[in-house]
Design a protein around this ligand. Sequence first.
Ligand code: MIC
Ligand code: SF4
Length: 637
Amino acid sequence: MAEKESLTYRILKNHLVSGTLSPGEKISVKVDQTLTQDATGTMAYLQFESLGVERVKTRLSVSYIDHNTLQSGFMNADDHRYLQSIATRYGIYLSRAGNGICHQVHLERFGVPGGTLLGSDSHTPTQGGIGMIAIGAGGLDVALAMAGKPFNLNAPEVIGVHLKGSLPPWVGAKDVILELLRRLTVKGGVGKVMEYFGGGVQSLSVPERAVITNMGAELGATTSIFPSDDVTKAFLRAQKRLKSWKKLPSGIKEAYHKVITLDLRDVQPLVAAPHSPDNVKTMVEVEGTPINQVCIGSCTNSSYRDLMTAAAILKGKRIHPNVGLSISPGSRQVLTMVSRNGALASLIDAGARILENACGPCIGMGFSPPSAGVSLRTFNRNFKGRSGTKDADVYLVSPAVAAASALTGEITDPRTLGKEPQIRAPRVYPINDNMIIPPAKKGKDVEIVRGPNIKPLPKGQALAGKITGEVLLKVGDNITTDHIMPAGAKILPLRSNVPAISEYVFETVDPTFPQRARQAGTGFVVGGNNYGQGSSREHAALAPMHLGVKAVITKSFARIHQANLVNFGIVPLVFVNEEDYDRVEQGDKVTLDLSRLEKGATLIKGKEKIPLTHGLGERDLAVIRAGGSLLYARKTA
Ligand code: MIC
Ligand code: SF4
């Protein structure tokens, strides 16, 4: 009975194309909307072009330019021009550089309760804050969705998160998700959707809910979702999009596979210490740590409320002389509001450096901390080296903690500041979509403009039954895609040039990797649990494929990365017995027997035979056998 289902399953059911809605079953769902950003978008659109479709088949597709906005040289600018021509040609809206971070802008202008969204960015679940089922995926999956193909996933378990009460003064939505990360860890959400319900929900505005769903990505969750209620209605009305609203309640307790209860009154200001979002500490544990830098922004915490909170704390004061403070507003709408109401002047007067409305420091695009520096960021990831400084310590905090600490030069509990400023949600947001370029009505004659850094797509290879090669690298648990394929100002401009970007694979783990892989010709990577957590970047599969990696063997995989490996024909295998991880060493010459892949595989090392398995369905196996999703899509078109 429909009313006995979770909100998650009701939306999935409305979009179900094939499969049975039961946890772990392979399902495919119709995708209403897609989003891409420029760092994953160029590759996604190169793949989309190769599918030979005339115009996108989604209800709405938006291409954002928000990551690679540094433009130190022609490469990023060429990519932006390519993206603009593609958007005009194929029926896609283009949000220009300067308009804001994809997730923030999408929330303001496009997110629709009850719809499905697939985005080539792992923080796509931000739109769960407005009641969407929004999932992050590799660019190729998004390209296929734009071509009208359904999205394939494992039906998730639905975890009901019962929110009670309301937050105490100086405690923010960021602290709520940090509390969940503390309890559940970065693996806690794998295979799950976090569905929020209960009396505490109504105390959170849509942008606050979006902070929580955004960082649900750090739990490893497939996505997170809030109900669509009167708060959602007020937000959409204020964005002049009331027509998009519909009521979608959550909270059918018997429909949840598990329920977690969180009394908001008990939440306190928290900090994720280096180098993982689940390394959560209380204020008492970290208070007084000297800091060099504070960054306020990112798709997690750069809304009007976040910037107003920081401005209210900093008003009439001066930041500590040892601290550099950056502000990157989430969108032009946010920047417009704080510039009109004087809050921007408070920030500037206090000593803030105002950066672009873009990802910026979050992805190592400028504002890196000094050597061994301590940086406090309102962002969502603090993986080692991601800030652009290898030995920096990054702490993740709320805007209140960030601003309070910017004043004192050390990690500071905002509850020491006295009365909390009251920030009212705007009744009407200033709407100005003139940085969103609509597509041409008839795109056929639009010329696609390509720069010299945009190289053709690398080709996959059909799978052989037995592969002999070297174990090129052995790594531990929770390896992120930032380890596998780092980002930052130097490497990001190479996203449309796979041969060039491949030279940086595993740079922070073992810089000799690319050279050794090329020398070996064929090889494997061995990993621990939750291999490939973090971003959706498919370059973390594409570039290893280019270097000859044929299989990755781990204790377990993160969802998006596993899908990306399949998409590029790399076999994701899992040890049947976890202890066998200890029997394989870097440098081992091994043979992988894949001849009965539907049943599993065997790793042969001398006389030893190590059994391997996988969580792949029939379609995944067919894709791998064909040499990746593109070859498979062409075969089955
Ligand atoms: C990130 O936060 O790591 C990114 C950059 O937004 C990535 C996408 C990318 O690598 O381009 C993500 O989260 O998917
Ligand atoms: Fe951009 Fe950072 Fe958000 Fe990724 S996590 S989309 S880099 S702001």
